[in-house]
Design a protein around this ligand. Structure first.
Ligand code: UD1
Ligand code: CA
Length: 493
């Protein structure tokens, strides 16, 4: 699978005696993500890799990291909760292979082999339950594999407590010999502090050979990928461990407590990224920022705000307390909140939204739009300067620039079967408490009188009014009072 040059290259003191090769400098890696395990220690009906961190599933976080090293292919090994896992991967450039039953990490890696192509690049194996690994650390591991011409480079880390992790066993010259799982470790091995992160960079032929030689673990009956380390190291293969600079990168999730700890680490990272980008986070302790949220300088985030998905906060915008923004962009100098729900929306420059507004997917607010309290929008485009200040529903609508939507205006977009569009022309004025029964078009500059139910198009510049004409009955109140005094009610006696 791999073409290697014959040229020998000296690499570091420890390994000077070893046979070494160099790998082709440019060949892209292929990545395998192991995600078939049941995750029984989570005590959950949800497959472990579908639990979330920073708003993403663990699996997506790992795949995002994989994409960061520009691989030629990503293969995910799935099994437990297969259909749900596959649904999360839909639309991503990931080849799925199935492992059933789950017979261990070694068996899972073996399932992926047929999906890999022959190429000189490395095969990188990742755990679907280790979401804190970053692409630069992975790139460093691959770099070491390349420059030292290794058969296997594995990532290690030193967490505050090694717990149930596999330990790296080295010989007296410091060379990696094998990984020992906690369960099979001697008391002395248990005290080792260097843990296996479950992140490997293999030369393809070495991987194929090692997987072919795995045997079942006597205790658990599973095939351990970690045994590949001893298989290669004891047969003269070049195996090296690369320690992560930050131990958090190796953090894997087997339990709820580990998930919560990972979330806290990710939360800190996201906050730090926001601050580095020039945002003001008024109260870091109550602010939640998803892993994919982007910030421009001088964006201001107030307490109790959740920013999720692929949201962007542009230059100088402000998100006020108790507001959630998901997959949305907030334009420069726009102000959103307090108490708003913003999802799948684009908020234009200098727009003002809230308090208590709900922007649903497909909402586009252009510059200087004003959407006030208790206004809901869905698939609605509000052109520049539109005002919808109070108590409205605008769904499947296009509202021309400068139009005014009065309090309580409703687009009646649904007849119980289908949705219909409402088009409101530039500069139109829709009086309070009107219903626009779609499909309907209100012409440019037209007026709709307050309290109207509009069922037909209104021409440009016209006034439409459907109100019942008002009748004033002069002196009615006085006469009513007089009647009451003539005939006192039984109760009053
Ligand atoms: C594994 C390593 C351990 C390492 C730790 C790092 C082995 C035997 N041990 O232990 O040395 O310190 O990761 O976090 O590899 N999976 C499958 N199919 C299976 C079993 C597992 O796809 O049959 C997947 C899981 O979904 C998971 C990953 O492989 O994403 C790791 O499996 P897990 O059971 O969590 O291994 P650990 O016990 O954490
Ligand atoms: Ca694990």
């Amino acid at each position: 699978m791999r073409a290697s040059t014959k040229k020998k290259k000296p690499v570091g003191r420890l390994r000077a005696q070893r046979p070494t090769r160099t790998h082709e400098p440019e060949a892209p890696p292929q990545v395998v993500v192991l995600a078939a395990g049941i995750g029984s220690r989570m005590r959950s009906t949800l497959p472990k890799v579908l639990h979330r961190i920073g708003g993403r599933t663990l699996l997506e976080a790992v795949i995002d990291t994989a994409e960061g090293i520009s691989p030629s292919r990503i293969v995910a090994v799935v099994g437990a909760g297969k259909d749900r896992v596959e649904a999360v991967l839909a639309g991503r450039a990931v080849t799925i292979v199935v492992q059933h039953p789950p017979l261990g990490t070694g068996d899972a890696a073996r399932r992926a082999l047929p999906a890999l192509s022959n190429g000189p690049g490395p095969v990188v194996i990742l755990s679907g339950d280790a979401p804190l690994l970053t692409s630069p650390t992975l790139a460093k591991l691959i770099e070491r594999w390349r420059e030292a011409g290794l058969d296997l480079a594995l990532l290690t880390f030193r967490p505050p407590e090694v717990g149930d992790l596999g330990r790296v066993v080295r010989d007296d010259r410091g060379r990696v010999r094998r990984i020992v799982e906690a369960r099979g470790a001697t008391a002395r091995e248990k005290r080792l502090t260097e843990a296996n992160a479950g992140v490997y960079c293999f030369a393809a032929p070495a991987l194929t050979r090692a997987l072919g030689e795995l045997s079942r673990n006597r205790g658990s009956g599973e095939y351990y990928l970690t045994d590949a380390v001893e298989i290669l190291a004891s047969s003269g293969g070049a195996v090296e461990a690369v320690e992560a600079e930050d131990w958090r990168e190796g953090w894997g999730i087997n339990t709820r407590a580990e998930l919560a700890a990972a979330e806290e680490i990710e939360r800190r990272r996201c906050l730090e990224r926001a601050l580095e980008a020039g945002a003001t986070i008024v109260d870091p302790a109550t602010t939640r920022i998803g892993s994919k949220v982007r910030f421009e300088p001088d964006a201001v985030v107030h307490p109790f705000v959740c920013l999720d998905g692929t949201s962007t906060l542009e230059q100088g915008c402000e998100v006020l307390p108790f507001t959630r923004v998901t997959d949305s962009s907030i334009g420069s100098a726009a102000v959103v909140g307090p108490h708003c729900e913003i999802e799948g929306a684009q908020v234009g420059p200098r727009a003002r939204v809230g308090p208590f507004a709900r922007l649903r997917p497909g909402t586009v607010l252009e510059e200087d739009v004003r959407v006030g309290n208790f206004v809901e929008t869905k698939k609605a485009v509000l052109r520049a300067g539109v005002k919808a200040s109070h108590l409205s529903y605008l769904g499947d609508a296009e509202v021309g620039a400068g139009a005014n939507i009065g309090a309580g205006v409703i687009t009646c977009n649904y007849d119980g079967e289908k949705k219909y569009r409402t088009t409101i022309g530039e500069g139109a004025f829709i009086g309070s408490d009107s219903q626009l029964v779609a499909p309907v078009t209100i012409g440019k500059g037209a007026y709709v009188g307050a309290g109207s139910t509009i069922t037909r198009d209104v021409p440009e510049g016209a006034l439409a009014l459907t109100r019942v004409p008002q009748k004033n009955v002069e002196g009615w109140a006085e006469r009513r009072k007089a009647r009451k005094e003539e005939k006192p009610s039984a109760k009053g006696e």
